[in-house]
Design a protein around this ligand. Structure first.
Ligand code: ADP
Ligand code: MG
Length: 615
């Protein structure tokens, strides 16, 4: 048989290898920024167009390259950063594989201008799909400027696979954050489609974090510092009250390199135990310095996953250091290891004032008055300041009121039965509801007992309400007497702008101002002024995540987030009127059986079930 094995030509090999290094425009950004840093630059400009699909340019004032180096830099395994295997264990540069430029040049049009300090003239190189198409001697400032155009021009499948410009820009921004946060002594400018979106002057770590994430970070950061034999830790954690439901502001850097480590993340979360709700994540910016020989950054081609020699020790140190910081800055209550957690105030009551129990008689209550089927606003569900006490009377209340309510035949007259009750339940409503464990609304129907999960049911109701408002644009906005100015980072303001139309349809009125501020002038009826910031934060977080995931529409995402954040929760007491309205509104929904998050909203325990049990 003939010999059939051939060596692949370089440009083909490069193209294949490029797949590993360059997944999307953000990967190019990361490599170029890292090269600029390795070159010792203290001023770096990042310029992108169309989410990096059309152009990614990085300009630095670093060392620059000689003419020969400029050419060589595009060769595979051409690097100035290591020369022997031992160097691998003593890395102080970001790059070392000598693959990035070769890979990028294989799948894009690249222009490079570069000049060293000692040389009068610089070099210009133009390279397309690994082929040098031009090289000239040029006048150019000291340093290097590399433009990467038409990424994946020769791999249409990869190009088509890219997400929208917005999503790609978000990935780029994430990479930019990771680099900028760890190099506060470098000045960064970031331009997108001609406008400057980040201008980060040289600063200290704390200022850099606030420059990147917006002014409101300033009061949230608690410093963390510790020096042991194995590790030096510095940086900040965010105060527990600013823990968020979504990931995003969690950063670990090891030896000035952004890393991902679920294990160490867990150590931070463990330090916050008892201070934050279990479904929220604390923000943190932690810089670890360890002996370079004790970490292996080589296990993943994109180099964010690392392996530490002694992870268990590191875990323990991180956890106790953060605990200590939280205690020292009076953020945690006390560091008392004898402390009996059973005596703690439950989370939901933390920071709330004790309320004096007062038994109220609602003089205006008229049991014959119809309970509106349409108003699902929160006001209906809010009880006055008896919160926390009425459960003492819960059973009692129902007993006492039973008689009054048995005459409440209102529902059968308002035509709700068609939706509320199934065929054989026709005239079943007694109009009696009661709340069980502040979690369920229980009512009777002819075939048995109806048990509704109040939180899920209300989510469903609000979801359909908001979705309707967004589509028909009829949300009612409550105008604010004094507009509220809230600080948001640039990225967050961009997201708010993107959602502006849908948001205004549900009643959110705002203007995004310059200088990190959003001015809110109106909110949906269901949103309390004190909750505006939180609701917008969650919206932004969900929006960021939603776009990564399924092809969910903006309207649906918005309706879901609002529903999730504004629905009555487990643990909230509901008055009789609110309970009834909830039941009616639920069965007025298009899809009453499931919450917008696909959880079952209610169940019916049939008379048969009950009889079986009592047999
Ligand atoms: P690596 O960074 O792993 O060495 P790259 O392909 O990213 O590999 O870069 C190859 C080489 O090109 C680097 O080792 C460096 O010598 C040179 N180089 C790349 N970018 C720059 C830059 N912005 N300034 C100076 N030299 C650079
Ligand atoms: Mg590199």
């Amino acid at each position: 048989m003939e010999d059939i094995i051939k060596l692949l030509p370089d440009h083909v090999a490069n193209q294949i290898a490029a797949g590993e290094v360059v997944q999307r425009p953000a990967s190019v950004v990361k490599e170029l920024l890292e090269n600029a840093i390795d070159a010792g630059a203290d001023l770096i400009k990042l310029i992108v167009k169309d989410g990096g699909k059309t152009l990614i340019q990085v300009v630095d004032n670093g060392s620059g390259m000689s003419e020969t180096d400029a050419r060589l830099s595009f060769e595979r395994h051409a690097t100035s950063k290591i020369s022997c295997a031992e160097d691998l264990f003593n890395l102080d540069t970001k790059g070392f594989r000598g693959e990035a430029l070769a890979s990028i040049a294989a799948i894009a049009h690249v222009d490079m201008h570069t000049r060293t300090e000692s040389s009068e003239t610089g070099t210009y190189i133009k390279i397309e799909g690994s082929k040098i198409v031009a090289q000239e001697v040029v006048a150019t400032p000291k340093g290097t400027s590399i433009s990467v155009k038409n990424l994946f021009f020769n791999i249409p499948a990869r190009r088509n696979f890219l997400k929208s410009n917005q999503v790609e820009l978000r990935h780029i921004t994430d990479e930019f954050h990771r680099v900028a946060l760890v190099h506060p002594h470098i000045e960064f400018h970031f331009y997108n489609n001609g406008s400057e979106i980040f201008n980060l002057p040289k600063a200290k770590h704390r200022q850099r974090i606030t420059h990147v994430f917006g002014g409101r970070m300033k009061d949230r950061l608690v410093p963390v510092n510790e020096e042991t034999e194995v590790v030096r830790i510095s940086g900040f954690v965010c105060k527990p009250e600013f823990a968020k439901k979504s990931r995003g502001e969690q950063f670990f850097f090891a030896n000035n390199r952004f890393i991902k480590s679920p294990y160490l993340h867990h150590a931070v979360v463990a330090a916050f135990e008892g201070l934050i709700k279990s479904d929220t994540y604390p923000g943190y910016f932690l810089y670890l310095d360890v002996d370079p020989a004790s970490i292996d950054i080589n296990i993943h081609p994109t180099k964010t996953e690392v392996k530490f020699d002694d992870e268990n020790t590191l875990y323990a140190i991180i956890r106790s250091t953060i605990k200590h910081s939280l205690g020292q800055f009076n953020v945690a209550p006390i560091l008392d290891f004898e402390h009996n957690p059973n005596l703690d105030t439950p989370y939901a009551f933390k920071g709330k004032e004790a309320v004096i129990p007062n038994v109220m008689v609602d003089a205006s209550f008229n049991p014959f008055q119809e309970v509106s089927n349409k108003s699902v606003g929160r006001s209906l569900y809010q009880k006055p300041n008896t919160k926390g006490w009425e459960n003492l009377y819960e059973g009692l209340e129902t007993l006492v009121n039973t008689d009054d309510f048995s005459s409440l035949e209102i529902e059968s007259e308002t035509g709700v039965q068609g939706t509320f009750y199934s065929e054989d339940d026709e005239d079943a409503s007694s109009g009696i509801t009661f709340q069980l464990r502040r979690k369920y609304i229980v009512s009777t129907i002819k075939s048995g007992m109806l048990v509704i999960n109040q939180n899920r049911a209300h989510e469903r109701i609000l979801f359909e309400k908001f979705l309707g408002e967004i589509t028909v644009k009829e949300g009612i906005s409550q105008q604010m007497l004094f507009p509220l100015e809230l600080p948001f980072s640039h990225q967050d303001r961009t997201i708010l702008k993107e959602m502006k139309e849908s948001l205004s349809n549900v009643g959110f009125m705002f203007d995004t101002l310059d200088h990190e501020t959003v001015k809110v002038t109106g909110v949906p009826l269901a949103v309390a002024e004190s909750g505006i910031g939180t609701v917008l934060d969650r919206l932004i977080a969900d929006y960021k995540e939603g776009f990564e995931g399924s092809e969910i529409s903006q309207a649906e995402l918005l309706a879901k987030t609002l529903a999730k954040n504004l629905a009555v929760r487990t643990g909230e007491a509901l008055d009789q009127g609110s309970q009834l309205a909830l039941v009616n509104d639920l069965f007025g929904c298009k899809e009453p059986t499931l919450s917008p998050f696909q959880k079952i909203t209610y169940t019916i325990i049939s008379e048969g079930d009950i009889e079986k049990k009592l047999n």
